[in-house]
Design a protein around this ligand. Structure first.
Ligand SMILES: NC(=O)C1=CN([C@@H]2O[C@H](COP(=O)(O)OP(=O)(O)OC[C@H]3O[C@@H](n4cnc5c(N)ncnc54)[C@H](OP(=O)(O)O)[C@@H]3O)[C@@H](O)[C@H]2O)C=CC1
Ligand SMILES: O=C(O)CCC(=O)C(=O)O
Length: 477
């Protein structure tokens, strides 16, 4: 079997390896990937530092061409890369191909942004002085990504970092090195100079920690758990290092009495259970007003009974496996916690057997949940959601906002008044009306409030906030 190595200073290196296992079929080895060490991370950082002066001054056409070529190749290989993604992460094939297309679109967007770099020229308040405001690249960026979006999240961090002239040390999640390796290989062949993008696959406690401990990074952009995010923050402060964190969610989806039932049920199923609930934008708190509550629960349960859980590559599958055994245990532990807390398990929650050995879990729906239960306050990150019954819109809004997190929030309603009020008063970074809480566009800002996010927004032109630093220059005429 081919061994996929790390890319350090333009060379493929590495001898320590680990197996990438398919969660739909644990007999299927997706590939053999290098396991980097702390020394590898150090060499990668040194290579990125050495490459920074030239890359930060590189021409915008060179950057544009590399990002465009990368987008074109990802798009041309969308079925192959989507299949790799589905095999290593367990997302069903249409979702995996969709995520691959999204990665291509992100590279295309930032290829365009290279040609739109601009500054400002302002008069001074003093006579005969001109002022120029420009954005400069930050330096070496550490990119640490999670397993749940193995191609889109690396794309939305790598593409802007390169677009704005930074160099990179990239550590993908250990569970999903395949897509990470593939996009680094594409970028390398597209013509990136040596050392501009370095890939160090390996464990978070080893490679990730070495990145956190380095004084040579100008910034770290991270997506993953709250605990690791806090380590990124704590490690950055002593070095005065910029950091950007995208962490958990406990996103509310409100269903009002006047909602279109079909729209509400489809959005709730998508938000709570598609992608196996493994999205930080997933909704695991479905807050339903009393007039529609029973009808909604009956329709949602009926809809869930038609959902097929199985191998991510099979055509008839709607929901693939949980990513690994550890995450499956976390999900089933929370199902037990929910039962003990007094919520009613209205549907599912069984670990399922399929014709291949994998981590299959039937979607679990709790009813009679309250917002103070642990299943309503802590991120589960699996196909587990709870219905919380409320009196009216005002109570729904209060419950929706009563959470330590603030990533996304949704509402199903036909009332313009309530939709408008919810958009204005929701304490979330992204608000959806009659749409699932998950599934976002690639060209607009992504991020949340409270414990969900820290720092400036990712994606779209807002990404320049993190990946650049502003300079104000005064010239005597
Ligand atoms: N908001 C989101 O998008 C995500 C949230 N989560 C939440 O986090 C929980 C745990 O998932 P998990 O994958 O373990 O999340 P982590 O936060 O542990 O992993 C995210 C990334 O950080 C790396 N990492 C881990 N430890 C360190 C460290 N000490 N220093 C630097 N980097 C480190 C990981 O490496 P490695 O993979 O090698 O451990 C991975 O690349 C999930 O159950 C879910 O609740 C998880 C993924 C995404
Ligand atoms: O909802 C989406 O499409 C993006 C979700 C995401 O980025 C995440 O779960 O990390």
């Amino acid at each position: 079997m081919t061994m996929y190595q790390n890319l350090i200073a333009g060379e493929w290196v590495g001898t320590e390896v680990s197996k990438n296992i398919n969660p739909s079929d644990t007999n299927d080895v997706v590939g053999i990937y290098a396991q980097g060490s702390a020394e590898d991370a150090g060499q990668a950082i040194a290579a990125a530092k050495a490459a920074f002066p030239a890359w930060s001054r590189s021409g915008i056409l060179e950057r544009h061409s590399i990002l465009r070529k990368t987008s074109d190749e990802i798009l041309a290989r969308k079925d192959e890369l989507g299949t790799l993604l589905a095999r290593e992460e367990g997302k069903i094939l249409p979702e995996a191909i969709g995520e691959t297309i999204r990665a291509a679109q992100i590279f295309d967007f930032f290829a365009g942004e290279t040609l739109r770099l601009a500054g400002e020229v302002l008069p001074s308040v003093r006579p005969n002085i001109g002022i120029e405001i420009t954005r400069e690249p930050l330096g070496v960026i550490g990119i640490i990504t999670p397993w749940n979006f193995p191609i889109a999240i690396p794309a939305w961090k790598i593409a802007p970092a390169l677009c704005y002239g930074n160099t990179i040390v990239f550590k993908p999640a250990d569970l999903v090195p395949g897509c990470a390796w593939a996009i680094v290989d594409i970028l390398h062949r597209a013509g990136l100079p040596k050392g501009v993008l370095n890939l160090v696959m390996g464990r978070g406690s080893v490679v990730g920690q070495a990145i956190l401990d380095s004084q040579d990074l100008a910034g770290i952009t991270f997506t993953g758990s709250t605990g690791t995010g806090q380590r990124v923050a704590a490690s950055s402060l002593p070095f005065n290092r910029k950091f950007q964190l995208e962490m958990g969610g406990k996103n509310p989806f409100v269903v009002l009495d006047d909602a279109d039932l079909g729209v509400a049920v489809e959005a709730a199923v998508n938000s709570g259970f598609f992608s196996t609930g493994q999205r930080c934008t997933a909704s695991s708190r479905i807050i339903v007003t009393q007039g529609i509550h029973d009808k909604f629960v009956a329709a949602l349960t009926e809809r869930l009974s038609k959902v097929n859980v199985g191998n991510a590559l099979h055509k008839e599958t709607h929901i693939g496996p949980v990513v690994d055994e550890k995450q499956l245990k976390q999900d089933t532990d929370y199902i037990e916690i929910g039962k003990k807390e007094g919520a009613k398990l209205a549907f599912g929650g069984e670990v399922l057997k399929r014709d291949t050995p994998g981590f299959f879990l039937q979607p679990a729906l709790f009813t009679e949940a309250t917002n103070d239960m642990r299943i309503s306050r802590e991120e589960i990150f699996g196909p587990v959601a709870s219905v919380i019954r409320v009196k009216d819109y005002d109570e729904a809004l209060a419950v929706a906002n009563d959470t330590p997190f603030g990533l996304s929030a949704g509402i199903a309603t036909t009332s313009l008044k309530h939709a408008t009020h919810f958009k204005r008063t929701s304490e979330a970074g992204m608000v959806m009306v009659n749409l699932p809480t998950a599934g976002v566009d690639f060209h607009v800002p992504f991020g949340g409030r409270k414990a969900s996010s820290f720092g400036s927004r990712e994606q779209g032109k807002y990404a320049s906030e993190f990946f650049t630093v502003v300079k104000t220059a005064y010239t005597l005429a």
